[in-house]
Design a protein around this ligand. Structure first.
Ligand SMILES: *[C@@H]1O[C@H](CO)[C@@H](O)[C@H](O)[C@H]1NC(C)=O
Ligand SMILES: *[C@@H]1O[C@H](CO)[C@@H](O)[C@H](O)[C@H]1NC(C)=O
Ligand SMILES: *[C@@H]1O[C@H](CO)[C@@H](O)[C@H](O)[C@H]1NC(C)=O
Ligand SMILES: *[C@@H]1O[C@H](CO)[C@@H](O)[C@H](O)[C@H]1NC(C)=O
Ligand SMILES: *[C@@H]1O[C@H](CO)[C@@H](O)[C@H](O)[C@H]1NC(C)=O
Ligand SMILES: *[C@@H]1O[C@H](CO)[C@@H](O)[C@H](O)[C@H]1NC(C)=O
Ligand SMILES: *[C@@H]1O[C@H](CO)[C@@H](O)[C@H](O)[C@H]1NC(C)=O
Ligand SMILES: *[C@@H]1O[C@H](CO)[C@@H](O)[C@H](O)[C@H]1NC(C)=O
Ligand SMILES: *[C@@H]1O[C@H](CO)[C@@H](O)[C@H](O)[C@H]1NC(C)=O
Length: 816
């Protein structure tokens, strides 16, 4: 043990070191360019000067902002305006003193200094601690610092603000933030993120990452580690880590090599590609033209948070317009997007039904979470329930929602309210005792409703039908009409389903689920949380799995709902999707999508057909990506606590999906503190469960390691029927074979790829280390399995009763 330790630590550090390198260098720019006009040490800029690029199209230096200057890079001389593409320390206030200089010091640092004695400390512009030997401003718009051996040590291309330029990359995990306004380049309200699952998304910047906030996505998620690149000639595309294009947003423009392209996340939250053509006659760039826009034909009210809190977005003459919700006023009448505050005194707010309530039609706020739901048969009842509830500040009545609970009560602020005529909603807002002076026009002047199209279509259908029947097609006409009405009904149904599927969870009544499962007859299995039944919803159209929870920690309905909403917001192709739930009295049921091909346990241990090697590798990655999403891409990290093959289900296409996530909390009220009761499943439980130490995401990594070894070998981690005693415990046996370089033993006669086999075993052994800190994160696991980072030799997982000699042998081999 003692002998093992130092070398163990050294080897993990190399893993993490390699990982961190690969992350920070993800955005490194591809070609090493020659610098024709190097900027030497000791150079300095005074306000308002700059260092131009050789072509003089870009410049680096001071540009005016507010009543001072910022340091940045801009496109020069388009209509005598500057187009800022990068800003240093964008959230710092502008410098106002004319005694400020930007220095590339003799010691190789890039500093902003104010020369008034003892006034300010110099501010570093770059984020490197290395010393530069010269700097360079390129024609591409990149500004770089070089070290003595001519290597780039820092460059602006690696730290984009709101824009990427030709040749620039938005790496895996990278993000752009919009500017606050056209004239203020500090961090604004929207972000563009290349997520770890390969999906490029737009969402409000001030929110925690969460699928429900997303208002635009590239739909390239779930595949791999993708990058966004702006290639030469205006080709904006997403490529995967092997540089294969996954999605093109624009096509090549082959006729003008002098055109400058930039892709900017604009102030209004829309990501656009602009071109600036070069005018040969004046030798200057022309004004920008929009080549592509992320929202394309959608209207800007689709941008979540376009209007800020407590306001709603409508289109007025095709221009977005933000209006206050009743009872609220603009925080700042000029910057309407800042949002609104309630404008009435708090006292007397709940004066026994004396509150004034205003009613507005056709408003919707799907992404906000109500604090309670209930069923009311009329809108008047819904109104009354809000009046009687002191906490209720707004209510939404949705007449024909599938779920029974069509009256939702909310507290302010509401974030994403918009006009929506598709659901015939009625909204109520408490406005206090003060009469409200500005009323929202119930029918705003010019609003383009998408559903008008539907209405027109229906009218056309009816007219066509009338014409037909007039022509004496009598019976056949009636027949066709029926079909059409049916089709329309179905369209409407799927609209509602679509709406509720991605964005909010359905609430089901117990009766509804009892009917759907035929009285809980068809049992699919028993899990640690309760029994699962097969069912069919929406008149048999959608197969579902209904889980009846048992053994719950006593918990209020509200906490349960909050938990359900959190689970409902997870969307990943390797997670089983929660469709809805039921919470009535003490009854708690969850409704999941139905997985037709059973669990991974069936596939691995019972399977008629052993999955082939490629399939096993794919399953291992699928599971790892699902856990990675739970750990790193949810609002709050979700620790699964019970990763095992029977909790991993296979869909129609044999994609592995993790189930039962997020439920551990319902059994354990406080997940982060020490658990008093060990749960989970033996064989997959990390040692810390027994040790009374805090449980972290690393407990899941341990369970994953076990599952990974099982996937590799297609056998259970404990097999008492094994032919040789040393094969009984899978991890011990695998480790022995690994040290003895006899890995082919563990896969028997299966045809495998030796390199992937070794990699998977190494990852598995790292994951099942006794010490949580030695286990890699799920992100590292995915990268190692994808072959993107190297894997060092794993030490002996100490829970294995391995002989000291074995460990010594191993530590020597590591040292060598
Ligand atoms: C720019 O916007 C930020 C945040 O919106 C604000 O704090 C800052 O004062 C603004 N700066 C100027 C110069 O207006
Ligand atoms: C800075 O501005 C002040 C007044 O605005 C002026 O007196 C002074 O000469 C200026 N200094 C420099 C270095 O330009
Ligand atoms: C310059 O940077 C490169 C890459 O970071 C590094 O390999 C090299 O050792 C550095 N050279 C000096 C003289 O620091
Ligand atoms: C990139 O995409 C290509 C083509 O779809 C595929 O063959 C390749 O495996 C992908 N690379 C990764 C790392 O997923
Ligand atoms: C994207 O465009 C490039 C260049 O025109 C082409 O080679 C590639 O196949 C395209 N990729 C996709 C996914 O359409
Ligand atoms: C490039 O060529 C296409 C058709 O070949 C043309 O429509 C387009 O206007 C040209 N663009 C420029 C900037 O000349
Ligand atoms: C509320 O509205 C009144 C009248 O419109 C106005 O005078 C007052 O300043 C507002 N209060 C707040 C906090 O905005
Ligand atoms: C509610 O508002 C109306 C007009 O908007 C006013 O006439 C009525 O007195 C108000 N009721 C209360 C209880 O304040
Ligand atoms: C309501 O608005 C009218 C004119 O728009 C104004 O005369 C009246 O004073 C306002 N009432 C209150 C309570 O603000």
């Amino acid at each position: 043990m003692v002998v093992c330790y130092p070398s163990l630590m050294a080897s993990t550090y190399t893993v993490f070191f390699l990982l961190s390198i690969s992350f920070t260098c993800g955005g490194a720019h591809p070609q090493h360019m020659q610098c024709s006009h190097p900027i030497s040490l000791g150079s300095s800029l005074l306000i308002p000067s700059s260092w131009p690029s050789p072509s003089r199209q870009f410049a680096f230096g001071f540009y005016p902002e507010g009543n001072g200057f910022m340091v940045g890079i801009w496109l020069v001389g388009i209509d005598n305006k500057i187009t800022v593409v990068w800003t240093a320390n964008r959230d710092d206030p502008p410098v106002t003193s004319n005694a400020t200089t930007l220095d590339l010091t003799k010691s190789g640092k890039l500093l902003l200094k104010t020369d008034e004695q003892g006034k300010e400390k110099p501010i570093s512009i770059s984020t490197t601690s290395d010393s530069a030997s010269f700097a360079c401003m390129f024609d591409s718009g990149n500004f770089a610092l070089y070290n003595k051996s001519d290597s780039i040590i820092w460059e602006t291309f690696r730290y984009p603000t709101d824009t990427i330029l030709k040749g620039q990359i938005l790496p895996f995990g990278g993000q752009l933030f919009s500017s606050a306004s056209e004239t203020n380049h500090s961090t604004g309200r929207f972000r563009l993120k290349m997520q770890y699952d390969g999906n490029l998304v737009l969402e409000p910047a001030n929110t925690v990452e969460d699928a429900s906030e997303v208002y635009w996505e590239s739909s390239t998620g779930g595949e791999s580690r993708n990058l966004l690149v702006l290639k030469d000639a205006g080709l904006l595309q997403i490529i995967n880590s092997t540089s294969v294009s996954v999605k093109n947003f624009t096509s090549l423009d082959s006729n003008n090599s002098k055109t400058i392209y930039r892709a900017t996340l604009d102030v209004d939250g829309v990501f656009r590609l602009y071109s600036h053509a070069f005018d040969e006659t004046t030798g200057k760039l022309k004004a920008s033209e929009t080549q592509w826009s992320a929202l394309e034909d959608k209207d800007i009210c689709e941008v979540n948070g376009f209007c800020g809190f407590n306001s709603f977005c409508t289109l007025n003459d095709d221009k977005p317009y933000c209006a206050c919700l009743p009872g609220t006023d603009f925080v700042d009448a000029i910057h309407k997007s800042l949002g609104r505050v309630r404008n009435f005194t708090e006292e007397g707010r709940c004066g026994g039904g004396k509150d004034n309530i205003t009613t507005t039609l056709n408003m919707m706020w799907i992404n906000d979470i109500p604090f309670t739901y209930e069923h009311t048969s009329t809108k008047e009842e819904c109104l009354r329930s809000c009046l009687e509830d002191c906490n209720c500040e707004a209510a939404l009545f949705i007449p024909n929602l599938y779920s029974q609970k069509n009256c939702r009560r909310y507290k302010l602020p509401l974030r994403y309210v918009r006009r929506d005529t598709s659901m015939d909603t009625v909204a109520f807002f408490k406005v206090g005792k003060r009469s409200w002076n500005e009323t929202i026009p119930v029918k705003p002047p010019v609003i383009v409703f998408k559903s008008k199209k539907v209405i027109v279509q229906i009218l056309v259908l009816i007219l066509a039908f009338t014409a037909f029947s007039c022509l004496g097609l009598g019976i056949s006409g009636v027949y066709m009409f029926k079909i059409r009405v049916l089709r329309y009904k179905r369209l409407k149904e799927s609209e509602i389903l679509g709406l509720t599927k991605g964005l909010t969870l359905n609430l089901f009544s117990y009766d509804e689920l009892r009917r759907a499962t035929n009285g809980f007859k068809d049992e699919l299995g028993k899990g640690s949380f309760g029994t699962v039944y097969k069912g069919a919803l929406y008149k048999g159209k959608k197969l579902v799995a209904v889980k009846r929870l048992e053994k719950l920690v006593e918990e209020g309905e509200r906490e349960f709902r909050a938990e359900m909403q959190a689970i409902g917001r997870t969307h990943h192709k390797n997670l089983v999707q929660l469709i809805g739930y039921c919470a009535e009295g003490s009854k708690r049921l969850l409704v999941y999508e139905y997985m037709s091909n059973g669990s991974l346990a069936d596939v691995l241990f019972k399977g008629v057909r052993r999955p082939d090697w490629d399939e096993r590798v794919r399953i291992a990655l699928d599971v790892a990506r699902g856990i990675l999403y739970l750990h790193e891409e949810c609002k709050a990290p979700i620790i699964h606590c019970d990763i095992k093959p029977s909790n991993i289900l296979m869909d129609d296409f044999w994609t592995a999906k993790i189930s039962d996530f997020g439920l551990a909390k319902l059994l354990m009220p406080d997940q982060t503190r020490t658990f008093t009761m060990v749960r989970g499943t033996r064989g997959y439980l990390a040692p810390e469960w027994q040790k009374n130490t805090p449980i972290s995401v690393k407990a899941d990594v341990y369970s994953y390691g076990m599952v990974l070894l099982e996937i590799v070998c297609c056998r259970r981690n404990m097999d008492v029927n094994a032919s040789i005693p040393e094969e009984i415990v899978l991890s011990t046996w695998v480790y022995k074979c690994f040290v003895a370089r006899e890995l082919e033993k563990i896969v028997g006669s299966d045809e495998v790829d030796k390199r992937t086999l070794e990699n998977m075993v190494k990852v598995g052994l790292w994951c099942i280390q006794d010490e949580p800190f030695l286990r890699p994160s799920m992100k590292s696991v995915v990268l190692m399995l994808e072959g993107i980072t190297d894997i060092s030799v794993p030490p002996c997982p100490t829970n294995i009763p391995c002989k000291l000699s074995l460990c010594k042998e191993n530590s020597i081999s590591i040292l060598m």
